[in-house]
Design a protein around this ligand. Structure first.
Ligand code: UD1
Length: 420
């Protein structure tokens, strides 16, 4: 297993290009199942999660060609051979459940393995299933699989009891081919949902209200092909915005947009980090003096994203004063805290709260990545630490960050991969 070696060496200077969003791409790819015509995605990120989704779609008989080094995904589902998503692939990645809605809508049946739990919490899929049931799906849960069938999905009004990104995406895709009008209330408002709706509209779907908590879909008989650019990855963007915040210096994030991360940018401002818009993206630098403590509560969009909580904690470890981070989306998402503590951070975790007492300086140490965002928070901390840090189990990192060593080295960081 590979690891990453980082030697903390002060301020960063340079530019980092931001890739297309992993989470958007993972929901746009299953949209190919809705049509027999080609769907092409541009600005796709090159990540292992994308390869897993490619493998899953391939197992259903879809063709997915990765062109231009993987930045263009040319997909076709004109000749699907199966509606069975096997446990062997689904267990690798929870987003696999996103094939359920499209398969059911186009073929009237699907058999998809339940994704099971994952390191950051229980993460059930009950809301995905309830929304499809409301549209007329008959479901049978047996032997770890959900078997779904329908004689034809019908439009319905469905109110999500809690906001779920994935369940909104599954329901939205299914509703595009349902008979009549579907209204999704308390829907997720994330930019990735807006991106999916825009792509579906290019394919001929009739959708209104994406980006608000009520999405209305008028079902159509069939969808066609389209070419769609994947939206910027706001989580990769926020992660790299924290690099100059934590080590000093100035970095320009190419393709960065404040509107994707307004709540996060407000917290950075309060912590003493300057963010300015440029022609090509955003420039981030630390204002004078030490980072100041701030309190953070994770919430659905437009609130502070849970996927940036670990990285923000890395910043606050060296802030002046005490910060409290409250995790409201996932119940077990502070696994990075004990690893940061190994680097000299002072953190107490009580249930869904972590209290971080800022220290002057972190020290390098051997640490272990426990999940995707936790792993990159350790790299950020290591950039600012004194001495050497080795982050092991970086396969988590490769799920969601492309060329992380290259992007940070280009700004002067001392970071390298050690093949293991
Ligand atoms: C997506 C993102 C993930 C991000 C999360 C929250 C992808 C591939 N992943 O995950 O990176 O951290 O949004 O912004 O886009 N829940 C249920 N029942 C369900 C579904 C969800 O109880 O059927 C709960 C979850 O356990 C969690 C909350 O709802 O507590 C929000 O989860 P959800 O928005 O669905 O996250 P994902 O779509 O899995």
């Amino acid at each position: 297993m590979d690891s990453i070696l980082v030697r903390g060496n002060g301020p960063l200077k340079g530019q980092i290009p931001i890739a297309g969003a992993k989470n958007a791409c993972l929901t746009l790819m299953p949209a190919t199942l809705l049509t027999e015509e080609p769907l092409t995605l541009t600005n796709a990120p090159r990540l292992s999660d994308i390869r897993t989704m490619t493998q899953l779609l391939g197992s259903l008989g879809a063709e997915v060609a990765a062109l231009q080094g993987g930045q263009v995904l040319a997909m076709s589902s004109h000749n699907l051979t199966s509606q069975h998503a096997d446990y062997d692939i689904v267990r690798k990645m929870r987003a696999s459940i996103l094939v359920l809605g499209p398969l059911l809508a186009r073929f009237g049946q699907a058999e998809v393995s339940l994704p099971g739990g994952c390191a950051i919490g229980a993460r059930p899929v009950d809301l995905h299933l309830k929304a499809l049931e409301a549209m007329g799906a008959e479901l049978d849960l047996r032997d770890g699989y959900v078997r779904a069938k329908t004689s034809g999905l019908r439009g319905a009004v469905f109110v999500f009891p809690i906001v779920s990104v994935g369940a909104t995406e599954n329901a939205l895709m299914a509703a595009t081919l349902a008979k009549g009008t579907t209204v999704l209330k308390n829907a997720a408002r994330e930019p990735e949902i807006v991106d999916l709706a825009q792509c579906l509209r290019r394919m001929g779907a009739q959708i209104e209200g994406e980006g608000t908590s009520t999405i209305t879909i008028q079902g159509v008989d069939r969808l066609g092909g389209a070419t769609h650019p994947v939206v910027t990855d706001r989580i990769e963007l926020g992660t790299y915005m924290l690099a100059p915040a934590i080590c000093g210096g100035e970095v320009e994030l190419l393709g960065g947009r404040i509107d994707l991360l307004a709540a996060f940018c407000e917290k950075l401002d309060a912590a003493g980090v300057s963010v300015t818009e440029t022609d090509r993206g955003l420039t981030v630098s630390r204002k004078n003096g030490r980072i100041r403590a701030v309190d953070v509560v994770t919430e659905p969009f437009p609130g502070f994203p849970t996927d940036l909580q670990a990285q923000m904690m890395a910043l606050l470890c060296t802030a002046e004063g005490t910060s409290v981070l409250e995790e409201k989306i996932f119940e077990n998402r502070f696994m990075h805290a004990p690893e940061l503590t190994r680097m000299g951070a002072k953190i107490e975790v009580h249930g869904g709260h972590a209290t971080v007492h800022g220290v002057e300086k972190l020290r390098g140490a051997p640490v272990m990545a426990t999940d995707l965002r936790a792993s990159v928070s350790l790299i950020l901390a290591a950039l600012a630490a004194e001495g050497e840090t080795v982050v092991s189990r970086v396969y988590h990192l490769d799920r969601g960050y492309e060329k992380v060593e290259e992007k940070l080295s280009a700004c002067g960081a001392l970071i390298e991969r050690i093949a293991g």
